[in-house]
Structures are given as C-alpha cells and as structure tokens.
Design a protein around this ligand. Structure first.
Ligand code: ADP
Ligand code: MG
Length: 272
C-alpha cells in the first residue's frame, strides 16, 4: 500500500535549505528540510551559535537561502511579508515614541509601503482610516491602556515586551516569530509572559515559532520542539510535546520527560 499523503499543505516549508555566511566557511544549514503546520507552536532550542536566529531571519525574509527554498503558505519569501510578526530579544521599541505610537508602528510602516507603491512621489499624510484602534485594543488587552502615553524608558522590561507583542498582534499576523523574547526578564515576569503567549496562542491559533535557549521555556510552550546542532545543520531533530502551553503542562510527567530529553540531546551535541 502507498504511504499516506497529507492533503494539507504545510504553513511553513523549508526545502533543501542551504545557507552560509561565508563562501568557504561551514554552512549553517546544508540540505535542511523542515515543515510547520498552520496553527502549530514550535520552540527552537540549541546551543549558542547553532543557527537559531539565522533560521528565524530566513523565515522572516530578512536573509535569503543560498539554495533551496522557504515557502510560507506555498509562496516563497523574497522579502519580509506584512503578515509575519517578528518579536526580537531587545523588543525593538523606539525610545522617543510613546507606548501608543510604538504599538501602532507596524500599522504605520505597512501603510507607508502600500501607499508608496500606489502614489510614488506624493506626500503621504497619515490617513484618518489607519486602524490604530486595533493597536489600542491590544494595549488594553495586554494591560497597558493606562501606560499608552508613557515612553519605553518609563516601563518595566516585561511591560516593554508586552508593547512589542501588541505591536506584532495589531498587524493580525498569521505567523509569529520570536527570537529569545523573554531573555532579559526576571523569572516571575518571564513565566507570566510565557503564560500570556500560551493563552493568546490557544485563542488566536497563530502559527508561532519561538527561539529560546531555555529548556524549560521550550518544554512549556513548544507543542513541537526543533533542536538545532552545531553547524552544519542537516537533519532536524524534533520532539513532539502534546499538551504544551496548557496551564497543567508544567506539572505533568510529559513536561519533565521532554525537559530531560532536550537536555540529553543538547549534552550529546555539545563539543567537549
Ligand atoms: P544562534 O542564534 O543559534 O546563537 P546564529 O544564527 O546567530 O546562532 O549564528 C549561527 C552561526 O552563524 C554562528 O556560528 C555565528 O557566528 C554565525 N553568524 C551569525 N551571524 C553572522 C554574520 N552576520 N556574519 C557571519 N557569521 C555570522
Ligand atoms: Mg540568536
């Protein structure tokens, strides 16, 4: 009997990816294949320098494969796409703009590029119909309504990261990429934001890919966990982690087992 064929196209497909920063150096990815289904939450974990950020940037369209392809919704990504949300470690807020302006920044940039294509050379005033209320709604939802007029320096690290999340969600992304977003935060704030991401994921089902170097964070949030290795990465090493993100998961036997499996695998790949 023929092997069953999936009729559902993956949301993200990485096919025969080859990527190198230098012409003669070790490639970071060599004939690397990986698929993410729509609505899944993945954690990518691996030692420093293994290529986590590189992979995220390739998915974001900020770096191009040397060969092979990356398809999102069946389409190649030659440049950043409007419906991919990107949240970086340093949250990327503008220090001179208020919380409200920062949360609406993605919407404004998106409008700027769309109108640039439509009316080249003409002045581009902010239109009254720019849906900044969408950003306001997210600020409210994430507990930042009373901070909307403040500047990033007046916020805690956790609040800043919430603004970055509001900004990404205001764009109604179908794909959310996060690069070690909670690194600089204390444990309680970090746990709080992990639970927020899990709750939003349960509600919105946005395909989510979170890079982390924390074994516990990967095991709590990642329904699927991709372990990367010292370059070149050829075969993806994947751990399935059903139940991830649910409030009870952290206390489950599976969570502890997945933590142990990640640690064992990382220890096996770390050079002496
Ligand atoms: P990670 O995010 O897992 O720590 P990166 O994706 O940042 O790893 O880096 C993967 C590898 O590529 C590392 O060996 C790193 O030194 C190298 N690298 C990253 N960025 C650059 C760059 N801009 N130029 C050259 N090499 C780079
Ligand atoms: Mg990195």
């Amino acid at each position: 009997m023929a092997a069953p064929v999936s009729l559902v196209a993956p949301h993200v497909a990485v096919r025969h990816l080859h990527f190198s920063y230098t012409l003669d150096g070790t490639p970071v990815f060599a004939d690397f294949n990986w698929e993410v289904q729509r609505g899944e939450t993945w954690a990518i974990v691996g030692p420093s320098g293994c290529g986590k950020t590189t992979l995220l940037y390739i998915l974001a369209g900020l770096r191009r494969p040397d060969s092979g392809e990356v398809l999102i919704g069946g389409t190649p990504v030659p440049r950043p796409r409007a419906s991919t949300g990107l949240i970086l470690q340093d949250h990327g807020l503008l220090p001179w703009a208020t919380v409200r302006e920062n949360a609406g920044l993605g919407l404004r940039i998106g409008h700027f590029y769309r109108s640039k294509q439509a009316r080249r050379g003409e002045p581009r005033p902010y239109p009254p119909d720019l849906p900044l209320h969408v950003a306001d709604r997210w600020l409210e939802r994430l507990g930042l309504a009373s901070d909307a007029g403040k500047y990033p320096a007046q916020l805690s690290g956790g609040q800043r990261q919430r603004v970055a999340i509001a900004r990404a969600l205001a764009l109604q992304p179908d794909l959310l990429l996060m690069d070690e977003p909670f690194n600089a935060l204390d444990l309680a704030t970090r746990t709080d934001l992990q639970e927020l991401v899990a709750a939003l994921q349960a509600e919105l089902a946005i395909t989510t890919i979170l890079v982390t170097h924390s074994v516990e964070e990967a095991a709590f949030l990642g329904e699927q966990i991709l372990l990367l290795n010292h370059p070149p990465n050829r075969e993806p090493y994947i751990i399935a982690n059903p139940g991830a993100g649910s409030p009870a998961h952290r206390a489950s036997a599976r969570y502890l087992d997945v933590c142990r499996r990640i640690e064992t695998q990382l220890a096996a790949t770390t050079p002496a």
